[in-house]
Ligand binder design. Structure first.
Ligand SMILES: *Cc1c(COP(=O)(O)O)cnc(C)c1O
Length: 700
């Protein structure tokens, strides 16, 4: 789910300005009353607004699905905020020592670091960390509704220790409770009492976005709550003895309505990186306050609170933007790889093209599974799968559990089906990484079931290829569906001869398809819901386009190749190879007539020859059998012959014909992959999948 949230982004800026106001009291010199009504009341929506953003963008998804990806996102977020808190503590360390927030006594130190923050505004970071951890744990253990209930209770406790303290502390029992709480922390506006409710409100909006934003009369409601909150605040400030004024009874309702209004608002204006910008403003503005304060000792007009506030706002934003630019520059320079020994360059547009071509020939209701096993046929699994995701593919096939885990860890959001055998002892990983396992035999299914850990599976049926799959017998298949720990979400088979249009192959394939269909209709009759169905790989699509199952498993066609160009297919499609193998020229030299080049005596030069060394070899997947001039490389369209034996990491080329090549220039090493596969008497699949992991992957 993607949310356009320009309204939220714009309001972040206002919220940051409000936070600055809370710390500078802009109306002090003009009308102090306004500070009470506006700064310390209305502007109190700012920080809860940031909590709600975290609830909405981070925890909403987690609350619906505790998948590996969603948990990982939360962990990464916590780590990031933790690091920011650490750096902020260091930044403010001198100031916090000076003003006495931090002293080096252990108990005070802990209290400060966990609840109150090491400098007055920094409480936000431990609060968001503790709030996020607490809400995640509650969501997992008691579900969303109870989490909300707990959070409301915690907020009420917090409220009693904040602006309602004067009233609540009259009651002796509660007074004792708060004395206890305040022996641990100076305020109740912390991750424990303050943050959870706003995180929950963010989650609520995420879960019920459409319904809530469709509500009418939000504006009116908002004004009612804000005015109510102002009255609440004036009452408490005037007539009671408040402890602090971060929390009001009506604050959660007001901010909730405001958030909905912001989501509904779809302004054209976009603020770039407003999240990072406002975070930086939040961190640095107290520093700016201190500096502006010292300057105002020399320029008395700055003592005016409004001017002072404005100056702090402007300087904080300028400084934050400056730091942001600095960070961006560093990121760009990090991306640039200066020299690559050898690489495979993947073309995003070719992937897009091939997927579209496949989509044209499969039925409308059939979806594509991207087969990215063996490092995406050597092309780079993570990069290719990422491009496939961009092209709307959300189901992936790999061969092994290690591939599946690597794909999941790369942030892939799709379903990942392991086509091959996985040892039952690895069942914890299948579960942990939200993978789907193929059941490759009856025995395999039973062993997995015995582990008593629920996992998702697809049942593979051996319809005649006789490699993997359970026996094609409905009684046996029914038993498999009854295994109580296996959630079988699909059933599939694989064709052994779909690549050939010769009669015997067609007979074999049709028999497999016939058997598969029979099994499906029998299962249907028995009332078994067997889930997704799939049987075709690339050649199954090209030669049996009339089939109509839920998925097709596309490998080689994604990569822009046929396996073998000598074999005709029923349908032909236009393919663009997605990969170019490149390597650099690393040195040039001249050898005299009669000299040998490289290992062995195979290459003796007849005349004085200019040669070069290219940094790629058989360990990178270039077949050694191409040695001695069977391979022609390419530089700017000019052919360059390889000479001598191909080495493990390098090869020697003849540069006689090319004048303008220099060291560090890049050559295309396998200009025509399908032709080479043919000469090597293999299929393109093999040549591609052997491209080594030492090759860098670049995207073009
Ligand atoms: C490898 C594989 C595929 C993909 O095959 P291509 O011919 O490359 O499309 C599909 N299904 C299974 C079971 C596979 O092992």
């Amino acid at each position: 789910m993607k949310h356009r949230a320009n309204g939220i982004d714009i309001f972040r800026i206002f919220a940051a300005i409000m936070v600055v106001a809370i710390h500078t009291f802009p109306f002090q010199s003009i009308a102090p009353f306004l500070d009470e009504v506006i700064t310390l009341t209305v502007f109190r929506v700012a920080v809860p607004f940031f909590f709600m953003i975290t609830g909405y963008f981070l925890l909403g998804r987690l609350s619906l699905n505790f998948s590996y990806n969603n948990s990982q996102r939360v962990k990464k977020y916590l780590y990031k905020i933790g690091m920011i808190y650490l750096y902020s503590i260091l930044l403010y360390f001198p100031l916090s020592l000076l003003n006495g927030t931090i002293s080096l006594k252990m108990n005070i130190l802990l209290k400060v670091l966990i609840f109150d923050g090491s400098f007055y505004h920094l409480w936000y970071f431990p609060a968001i960390i503790i709030g996020t951890i607490l809400v995640s744990l509650l969501l997992r253990s008691v579900g969303f509704k109870l989490t909300v209930a707990f959070s409301i209770c915690l907020y009420l406790v917090g409220l009693g220790g904040d602006s309602w303290y004067g009233i609540v502390s009259q009651i002796p029992l509660l007074n004792k409770l708060y004395s206890f709480i305040f022996s641990w922390t100076d305020y109740t506006r912390s991750g424990l009492f303050f943050a959870p409710i706003f995180l929950c409100l963010g989650i609520l909006v995420y879960r019920k976005n459409k319904k809530l934003t469709a509500l009418k009369g939000l504006n009116l409601l908002f004004y009612v709550f804000i005015i109510g909150m102002i009255i609440e605040s004036i009452f408490l400030h005037r007539f009671t003895n408040i402890k602090h004024d971060s929390m009001y009874l009506l604050l959660p309702l007001g901010i909730f309505i405001l958030f909905l209004m912001l989501l509904k608002w779809q302004p054209k204006l976009k603020v770039k990186e407003s999240a990072d910008l406002t975070l930086l403003v939040y961190i640095i503005h107290p520093l700016v306050i201190v500096i502006v304060h010292s300057i105002s000792n020399y320029i008395p007009i700055l003592k005016n609170s409004l001017l002072n506030f404005l100056l702090v706002v402007v300087c904080s934003f300028i400084l934050a933007q400056f730091l942001l630019n600095l960070k961006r520059k560093r990121r760009v320079s990090k991306q640039k790889i200066l020299f690559e020994r050898a690489s495979k360059e993947i073309s995003a547009s070719a992937i897009h093209h091939n997927i579209n071509e496949v989509r044209k020939i499969i039925p409308e209701n059939t979806n594509i599974m991207g087969v990215v096993k063996a490092n995406a046929y050597g092309c780079g699994m993570v990069e290719v799968a990422h491009e496939l995701e961009k092209n709307g593919i959300s189901f992936f096939c790999v061969a092994t559990i290690e591939e599946a885990i690597a794909l999941r860890k790369s942030g892939n959001q799709g379903e990942i089906l392991i086509l091959g055998y996985t040892h039952p002892d690895r069942i914890h990983d299948i579960k942990k990484y939200d993978l789907t396992q193929s059941i490759v035999s009856e025995e395999h299914g039973k062993m997995l079931n015995l582990k008593k850990i629920p996992i998702r599976c697809h049942l593979q049926v051996d319809t005649g290829m006789h490699r993997l799959g359970v026996t094609p017998n409905v009684t046996i298949i029914q038993q498999m569906y009854r295994l109580s720990n296996l959630k079988i979400e699909g059933i599939y088979s694989h064709l052994g001869s779909s690549d050939s249009l010769e009669l015997e192959s067609i007979v074999r394939t049709n028999a497999q398809i016939f058997l598969f269909n029979n099994i499906l209709s029998d299962l249907k009759q028995m009332g078994i819901s067997y889930g997704y169905t799939h049987i075709q790989s690339s050649y199954g699509i090209l030669n049996y386009p009339e089939l109509n199952f839920d998925f097709v498993r596309v490998g080689i066609l994604c990569y822009g190749f046929l396996s073998d160009y000598n074999i005709p297919t029923k349908i032909t499609i236009d393919l663009q190879p997605i990969v170019k193998v490149k390597a650099s020229l690393i040195t040039k030299r001249v050898v005299d007539a009669g000299e040998y080049v490289g290992y062995g005596l195979g290459a003796k030069v007849e005349k004085r020859t200019r040669i070069g060394v290219v940094s790629i070899g058989y360990a990178d997947g270039i077949p050694r059998t191409l040695s001695n001039a069977k391979l022609t490389l390419e530089f700017k369209g000019q052919p360059i012959k390889q000479i001598g034996n191909i080495c493990m990491d390098m090869m020697i080329v003849d540069l006689t014909e090319v004048e303008d090549i220099s060291v560090n220039d890049e050559l295309i090493v396998l200009p025509n992959i399908s032709k080479i596969a043919d000469e090597e008497q293999t299929i393109t699949n093999e040549l591609l999948s052997r491209l080594g992991s030492r090759l860098g992957v670049g995207l073009s």
